[in-house]
Design a protein around this ligand. Sequence first.
Ligand code: FAD
Length: 603
Amino acid sequence: MSLRPTIDFLLHDWLQVESLRERERFADHSRETFDAVLDTCERIAREKYAPFNRLVDTEEPQFDGERVILPQATHEACKAYADSGMLSAAQDYDIGGMQLPYTVEAAANAFFAMASVSIGSGMLTTGNANLLMAHGTDLQKQVFALNEFNGRFSGTMCLSEPQAGSSLSDVATRAVPDGADFERDPLGPRYRLRGNKMWISSGEHELTENIVHLVLAKIPDENGQLVPGVKGISLFIVPKKLVDTEGQLTGERNDVALAGLNHKCGWRGTTNTLLNFGEGKYPVRGNSGAIGYLVGNPGQGLQCMFHMMNEARIGVGMAATMLGLAGYYASLDYAKNRPQGRPVSAAGKNSASPQVRIIEHADIKRMLLAQKSYSEGALALALYCARLVDEQHTGEADPANQARLLLEVLTPIVKSFPSEWCLEANSLAIQIHGGYGYTRDFPVEQYWRDNRLNMIHEGTHGIQAMDLLGRKVLMEEGAGLKLLAARMQATIAKASPEWQAEARQLGEALQQVGAATQAAWQGAQPAQALANAVPYLQAFGHTVIAWIWLDVAQQAQGEAPTAVGRRAAARYFFRYELPKIGAWLQVVSRRDSTCADVPEDAF
Ligand SMILES: Cc1cc2nc3c(=O)[nH]c(=O)nc-3n(C[C@H](O)[C@H](O)[C@H](O)COP(=O)(O)OP(=O)(O)OC[C@H]3O[C@@H](n4cnc5c(N)ncnc54)[C@H](O)[C@@H]3O)c2cc1C
């Protein structure tokens, strides 16, 4: 079983990604160039990532007091990735990019996520550099972003603090102007930062010449007070080692110190750090305080960060999806080879008869179909959203605006559906392995541990749910939700005779989601409406994936095993999964307050 035929089917048969060649930006591309990128990534993932996935799990990053030590395999994998040009794949030709559509870039990166999610494919570095391309000055782009795209430097995102995770308005890192000439630094207004950043992925390592931290911090007002709320947050470039205007290291270490490594449940190939900024461990130019250069305007830090949220969240969803698929393939292989039990039939009662392979049991097939329907459905949604990103960036004004609106509503789903349900897929993959799945001799327990992160970072499940019900379905007078409903209706209208029952079922689900959205907000205070935001997110996500499966199933024709499999997964999703939304939406619609009302001391 290989991922490639599924990716090719979704990209070409379903999304018709080649039609993007009609756009000027992608005119030089062809099916051949897209295939060449996928071939290269598939090969590097197979040779440099997959063989070391267990190694990076067992040989966790170590700190010897000076340096963070990672396995040699991680260095080689990251070098191979940078050498492939994938870090700048989407960038313009004149800065060394390939002008590759994001849809193809996202599909190509899927191979790395499946082979070894925690060695990683530079998602933070490209996200960091993309943000600077959107909000940085020309020199900031030249010095920092371009050196991230070429692999010399890597990037981080420093938002979280020990006391400020979901609630970023409570960020306490301070940034004060550095000297009287602070505004005249060619790299941007220069500040000194002091504070602690928690959970920073890839915050310290020796994989690249330098690390470009993008840090959220507050500039105190004239009384030295931090401005409350998100409006007070600004964004700074804080390089680990200072650089000149040519991007060369000056030999000065910035005052950013590793306080410690976090020892994680999974995803252990990536360092995760607590960083101290400006505590004087590395005084710079005679003073404590980490030097940082302002990006954009003061007070607009979070807005700048949000610029790259859609792609970051598609990336997280894609990582969760690939782990789901990795477990599916592993458990499918196991189920085809493990003899255990006999058929539920007269012949099966004879214990002298040979055992069957477990894939012959209906319950094992159920668990395989569940994994397939979650993971391939999530992959299709991620690629659909990636195609919307291309539309938003390169389409005509009207379709580009529609893509923007759809992305607003779908982003919480593309992140959260795979985080929850592809994790469940990993649990089912363990179940199929029986006791062996619970040991470290098989890969599935690691997939589950790696995947458990995805409901936590990039906005927890609960925060995504509140974003969906509290903001996204309401914004611009419900325009995003209406547009999504219209897209679903179009799929329902063109469903073939064979899929009429599912089309009707999707129509009813859509109606239920719409009614629950209204009922949740009818005369309610936000606290009442949002008390059941997670069940709402679950119902919304299942409805979206049902829609995706109905559309995909229309393309899965004929009797080839892949087509039969896709239709079976689609039917499974409609018959076993979609009916669950009734229970989830009931509590939303009646604003059930069982959870909200229970007093603390009753627990
Ligand atoms: C491995 C790993 C890598 C990470 N990488 C990075 C990184 O590179 N950069 C970075 O900046 N951060 C990173 N993070 C931090 C991550 O984004 C945070 O962990 C996350 O935002 C949650 O913050 P918290 O851990 O402080 O939990 P909290 O915010 O304390 O949340 C705890 C629980 O309370 C719930 N909760 C919180 N507020 C509310 C509310 N208002 N209503 C209802 N429920 C609520 C949450 O949903 C959650 O279930 C990483 C985290 C991990 C574990």
